[in-house]
Design a protein around this ligand. Structure first.
Ligand SMILES: Nc1nc2c(c(=O)[nH]1)N[C@H]1C(S)=C(S)[C@@H](COP(=O)(O)O)O[C@H]1N2
Ligand SMILES: [Mo]
Length: 454
């Protein structure tokens, strides 16, 4: 399988479903609020395999291109404003994020905060909630858990009815606890630029737009059934209570929302109200968020306020213009909407870490995959000339990561490049390069991590 095939291969079902959904839209049987007609036609043309008149670059509301100079990956702390008044360490200020963001743990990126991987060393399997990355389209709303409820509504419910659930209602339903990552589709995006010399748009994440937590909540399927899910339901559209998202060019796209096929909604999706044993905090979607295991972060809608269950396919800008792969290697309308995450690895070391020469170092890191589980991790300390197997510390689980280590004694002072490469149980191994897409999603290539032996 070529790399392109293996990527879209994980989305086969969604491609078929997407084509059907598009045909229904053309027949007036699907709704696409907030999506322009010309964008729908472009998708349709692409799905039909026609040579689209629109070029791959016309993705409507792409964010400004990443700067290609200056901030090399891992050193991009230029946007951090130092508060300087918070005791020992300084803290980055990100408008709209509630929790403290100490510089030792986070890099601020616009309205978002990226976890520094070195801050995870020795923290155990789950990302401590206070170090978990935050990705906000606008700002964290602080909601009153006692006043909160979610409305489930739409023509995919029996009799077209609706049902409301308070937090107490949800807690009275059978609870499920599971470990899973939330990872932004754009995690690793900056390496398209720094390793491959390519221009991409969006937040310039290094590898820290991921966290793994222990989530507790109720199965979405349980809630949908209690609300009267009908056989005709095809799409489920959770919507956040945060402010409308307005793009850089001033287009109001409305509330953050992205449809899920009902098959996924009934499979392993949770309405989560606890994170690592505590009530879900504001920045991570409290009081209740959607948690869609293995899928890209945007699927896991925070601060969910209502869930439309539809007998007709649904679209939102988050599955038409965003979160598809656009670019030379892809059809003019883009790939099918992205679903599962890809494969990645990261060292728990700062960029350009200084390591003592002739001393033994235990290099630690984590690897994860949205398909299958991580089967092995190989590490190179000589820029990829030779590889050895890392020791794994976690039983591999779906939608989760494994911690690993490899011991290393730098023989002489100087610059070294560390590499970690994961292979998952579907047989995929991280490649040397990732096929370019304009919005820089799903970077899966091996990251070259520079260190200095001193
Ligand atoms: N309502 C709402 N849900 C949202 C978002 C948002 O801005 N608003 N961001 C999404 C994106 S793009 C990601 S990657 C994850 C991030 O979850 P976290 O902030 O808990 O790490 O939340 C998703 N859910
Ligand atoms: Mo994201």
């Amino acid at each position: 399988m070529s790399r392109t095939d293996s990527r879209t291969g994980t989305h086969d079902d969604e491609s078929v479903y997407d084509r059907r959904r598009l045909r229904q839209w053309l027949a007036g049987e699907a709704r696409a609020e907030g999506v322009e007609r010309r964008d729908m036609l472009r998708l349709l043309a692409a799905a039909a395999g026609l040579a689209g008149a629109a070029t791959a670059a016309t993705t409507g509301f792409a964010a400004p291109a990443l700067a290609t100079s200056g901030s090399a990956a891992g050193t991009a702390t230029t946007t951090a404003t130092v508060a300087g008044t918070t005791g020992s360490g300084s803290a980055a200020a990100v408008p709209g994020i509630v929790k403290p963001l100490p510089d030792a743990w986070f890099t601020s990126r616009g309205t978002n905060a990226e976890t520094r991987f070195e801050a995870l060393a020795g923290t155990g399997h789950h990302t401590p909630t206070d170090r978990f990355f935050v990705r906000n389209h606008t700002a964290t709303p602080v909601l009153d858990a006692n006043a909160w409820s979610v409305t489930v509504w739409g023509d995919g419910l029996a009799g077209g009815g609706s049902a409301e659930f308070t937090l107490d209602d949800l807690k009275r339903l059978p609870a499920t606890t599971r470990s899973a990552f939330v990872e932004c589709a754009g995690n690793g995006r900056s390496f398209f630029t720094t390793q491959q010399g390519q221009t991409v748009s969006g937040t310039a994440w290094t590898l820290g737009a991921i966290g793994v937590a222990r989530w507790r909540g109720v199965r979405l399927g349980e809630v949908l059934r209690r609300a009267g899910l009908s056989r005709g339901a095809v799409d489920v559209l959770p919507r956040g209570l945060d402010a409308d998202y307005v793009t850089a060019d001033g287009t109001n796209l409305g509330r953050v929302r992205r449809p899920l096929p009902v098959s996924k909604a009934l499979d392993d999706v949770l309405l989560a109200y606890e994170m690592n044993g505590e009530p879900l905090p504001p920045d991570h979607g409290g009081p209740v968020r959607v948690l869609v295991p293995s899928w890209i972060g945007i699927a896991s809608i925070k601060w969910v306020g209502d869930i439309e269950v539809s007998a007709q396919p649904l679209y939102s800008p988050w599955n038409t213009d965003f979160y598809r792969l656009f670019g030379d290697a892809y059809p003019a309308g883009g790939s099918a909407p992205l679903t599962r995450q890809t494969l990645k690895s990261a060292f728990e070391l700062p960029w350009n870490a200084r390591l003592e020469t002739a001393a033994e170092h235990r290099l630690t890191g984590r690897s994860w995959s949205g398909a299958g589980t991580v089967a092995r991790v190989d590490v190179s300390t000589d820029g990829g000339a030779s590889w050895r197997r890392a020791r794994l510390y976690d039983a591999p689980r779906r939608a989760d990561w494994v911690r690993w280590s490899a011991d290393w004694r730098p023989a002489a002072p100087g610059a070294y490049t560390l590499l970690a490469r994961a292979t998952d149980t579907t047989g995929r191994t991280q490649p040397e390069t990732t096929v370019h897409n304009t919005q820089g999603y799903l970077f899966d290539a091996v990251v070259r991590h520079p260190v200095q032996a001193v």
